[in-house]
Design a protein around this ligand. Structure first.
Ligand code: GSH
Length: 208
């Protein structure tokens, strides 16, 4: 298998399926395409998949694009890896949370890009981004309470892959979740995502 990823420092969409693929334990080739938002990048990516976007997973002659579709494919291809929780209720809510991240939190995503090469910095956040962070804290606390942690729906799952880039954004832009309704649980969860050995390997490669 080959995973085509965008620039590691900031391609959040690439980080998500990369984490899921690492959790399967399968060996894979990774090909990084430097995203320069120009015609050359478009041509590079269009050669791999019709979306013209990274990430793309290649398995034999099959190409799968879009981070969520790739994660779903991996969950089916490697059932023993437990990429979704075994419990149906936990699985349904893990899927809902991943889908919410995939299609939502647009203010937070737009205003606070992942920047693994940047030192922590303070940033004035718009009301829309602040509302996204309050929503994030509510979601995290609800799932952590319901399923008992340590990850969002119990054991590590694709939902956690989807929120790992958010944890980096919170760290980079110095967001104190206590200001957004956290009792400490959400911040501890974000730290847990940032201590994940696979995330640390991605981060080291991004900074190297
Ligand atoms: N919905 C897609 C979004 C993919 C996406 O937007 N990828 C960006 C990089 S993070 C990209 O390839 N941009 C092309 C460019 O910058 O030229 C997914 O989940 O995979």
């Amino acid at each position: 298998m080959e995973l085509i990823i965008g620039t590691r420092r900031w391609s959040t969409w690439s980080l998500r399926p990369w984490l899921a693929l690492r959790k399967t334990g399968a060996s894979f080739i990774e090909t990084e395409v430097e995203l320069r938002r120009g015609e050359a990048t478009k041509a590079d990516l269009a050669a791999h998949a019709p979306s013209g976007l990274a990430p793309v997973l290649k398995d034999g002659d099959l190409a799968i694009w879009d981070s969520l579709a790739i994660c779903e494919y991996l969950a089916e291809r490697f059932p023993a890896a437990g990429l979704w929780p075994a419990d149906p209720a936990a699985r349904a809510q893990a899927r809902a949370a991943a889908a919410q991240m995939h299609s939502g939190f647009t203010a937070l995503r737009g205003e606070c890009p992942m920047a693994l090469d940047q030192p922590p910095q303070t940033k004035a956040l718009s009301p829309e981004t602040q509302e996204d962070i309050r929503k994030l804290v509510r979601l995290w606390r609800e799932l952590l309470d319901r399923f008992g942690g340590p990850f969002l729906a119990g054991p590590w799952s694709i939902a956690d892959a989807f929120f790992t880039p958010v944890a980096t954004r919170l760290r980079t832009y110095g967001v104190d979740l206590a200001d957004y309704g956290d009792d400490g649980q959400a911040a501890a969860y974000a730290d847990r995502l940032l201590q994940d050995p696979d995330f640390l390997a991605w981060e080291a490669a991004a900074q190297g």
